[in-house]
Design a protein around this ligand. Sequence first.
Ligand code: 48H
Length: 260
Amino acid sequence: MLIENVISSAIIRSFSEKLLDHLKLDVAIVGGGPSALVAARYLSDAGLKVAIFERKLAPGGGTWGGGMLFNEVVVQEDAIYLLDAFGIRHNPIPDAPGYYTLDSVEMASGLIFGALKAGAKLFNSVSVEDIVFKEGKVNGLVINWTPVERLGMHVDPLTVIADAVLDGTGHPSEIIHLATEKAQIKLATPTGGILGEKPMWVDNGEAQTVENTLEYFPGLFACGMSANNVAGGYRMGPIFGGMLLSGHKVARLILEKLKK
Ligand code: 48H
């Protein structure tokens, strides 16, 4: 066989094996933003089979661009242990004790590398377009290639099955939205529906991101901005401690749930 063919067949075989091995998961994560990447790392560290399905070519979500494309972000003291666990460097802000700046590209790449090294698999350019919903339970995800979605091609999707689904889709809470619209599920919120994100209030938004990180329906969890949108929390701009802590919290919640 010519090397050109060897390369092609090795890539096809290796990708197919990876996908086949991840059609049945412990945890299916939608979106590869910062909160989901932290969750993926700790769930994988605990030995669970975890895959992230990310619409874009590059995971990292809203991390890369920092604040208004100034590629620096801020993290506060409470979450520094998570940066340290991923080996991501940070600098104290002299006039704001307990707050640190860090390079947003180092944060994005560090979180991605940490999640993958822990064993999570990432399927990029894959969009989740629906959920599998049987007998009153969320059982998995319906996936398709992002270019198929973007071009509006009429191509049927495939499915993955999971014991737990994590909505890490950020501001739009896409998966929880789908679940309320199409499966008409009632969420664990005061109205049973999505309350919608509130305007900016940094410290409140940061605390609420962690508080709002919950299982909103049996087997369906939300983290990061998705959790805040579902539960009506405030936004916080380019400060990321709450996102990292949310990812760590949801990993603990899912681990407790799957142990039972
Ligand atoms: C596959 C999907 C789908 C889908 C979306 O928004 P993210 O960065 O996620 P979080 O919640 O971890 O972080 C939020 C943070 O980046 C942010 O926006 C902050 C702090 N905002 C504060 C403010 O005031 O504005 O990432 C979500 C990811 C993205 O990469 C999407 O492409 C992906 O999810 N995604 N992937 N299928 N249906 N929907």
